[in-house]
Design a protein around this ligand. Sequence first.
Ligand code: NAD
Length: 486
Amino acid sequence: MKDILNFINGEYTKGTSGRTFDNISPIDGRKIATVHEALKPEVDAAVKAAKAALDGPWGKMSVNERVEMLNAIADGINARFDEFLEAEILDTGKPKSLASHIDIPRGAANFKVFADTIKNAATETFMLDTPDGAGALNYGVRRPKGVIAVISPWNLPLLLMTWKVGPALACGNTVVVKPSEETPLTTTLLGEVMNEVGVPKGVFNVIHGFGPDSAGAYLTQHPEVDAITFTGETRTGEHIMQAASVGLRDISLECGGKNAAIVFADADMDKAIEGVMRSAFANCGQVCLGTERVYVERPIFEEFVQRLKEGAESLKLGAPHEAGTNLGPLISQEHKEKVLSYYKLAVEEGATVVTGGGVPDLSSELSGGAWVQPTIWTGLTEDARVVKEEIFGPCCHIQPFDSEEEVIKLTNDNVYGLATSIWTENLTRAHRVAPKIEVGIAWVNSWFLRDLRTPFGGAKQSGIGREGGEYSLEFYSELSNVCIKL
Ligand code: NAD
């Protein structure tokens, strides 16, 4: 049985806490590994190592040297692509076809993207008039913020973690990463790559554990952590914000969503079905940007429901490596119970179950896994909890609408504001509607299409701050103004 260790100051260590927890496969419920939990002493050691590394060779590197190092990290991940792929599949159970196209390549690319960003980043200058006529020159300089705590979720473990670590290192910070307790493998493996490519000790540290009374809380409360970047649930974000308020540490929060898709009658039906299929069911619905509310203009409502039903029923649930598998399990039994409780609630709230609604009948080898059926409902009222709350499973509710004004109102009537996708062949309508949706990203005729130079984040309870391109540089560096009297 494999032991998953903390990675502190360039070395793998069990630490002194002696506490361990099991890493369980969502595919069949068997134990994959024993994870060594970090408590206060381990978190202290990791933060201390990260602090010390700021004054070591890392802190003295030129931007170009850091850029080379980031590219080497990306190449190092790609050189061990299959190991990362197998580790991610083992932890999450996601289909190989998905992890090999999204998780691992984009996980590696995050280092390259931010290497390019920092290399080409300029700062502002202003010439100021002064009474003596000589003037003054103002220019911005970027310094690293210091030690960044990175707290990441389980749905896209490598991708979402490197989305933070990439820009943090690009800006010259050091990091202490706490991956989700559900998915410790790829983050741990990344420590080996850091050592292989010569990242100085202490620059990248990994601690394992949970939130409260464990690694997560100890890390976010640590006074020597200078900023916290978090992806996960909104309620957890609130706890992290409280922790960060002590000492006025900066935060970036990427949180939950209850995203809508809007399908107008003039949409290209094939494109809309394909897009909503992906946005509702990809990664077993465990994508923060995924669609759980679908609003369809009345003339095409029946046809849309029928075709999405056919699509959902054609999905192949199965083991990650099985040919043709395009739907994996949920992350854990605990999450399965949560999703199934919403399946039950939907019926109690009066939904018509168009398809799914339960547990699939799979082979006996998979019976211990966290499997649920892809599910579609209609007929709920807008105040139903199933329509309001984030479920984070392979499911959506479809509701007809009659006018543009109505659908904008319905879409915005939610505490979250992460993403939306609008399906229409009328470009004028698309331009009119998209800016009115209260979200961080509004797609038109697409979903999950990301240009990493653009701002990414959530409105309302979906988060605080923007990352991506120069917006990441803003968070991961401290901008100072130098004012020179000429
Ligand atoms: P979660 O909030 O339960 O956990 C996220 C991380 O926070 C984990 O590492 C967890 O151990 C840690 N944590 C929990 N309590 C903590 C505490 N008190 N202090 C410090 N750390 C703590 O989220 P999850 O279930 O892993 O992920 C699913 C959620 O993430 C969904 O709500 C989803 O929408 C959201 N998400 C958002 C984005 C985005 O970009 N906006 C991306 C992916 C996932």
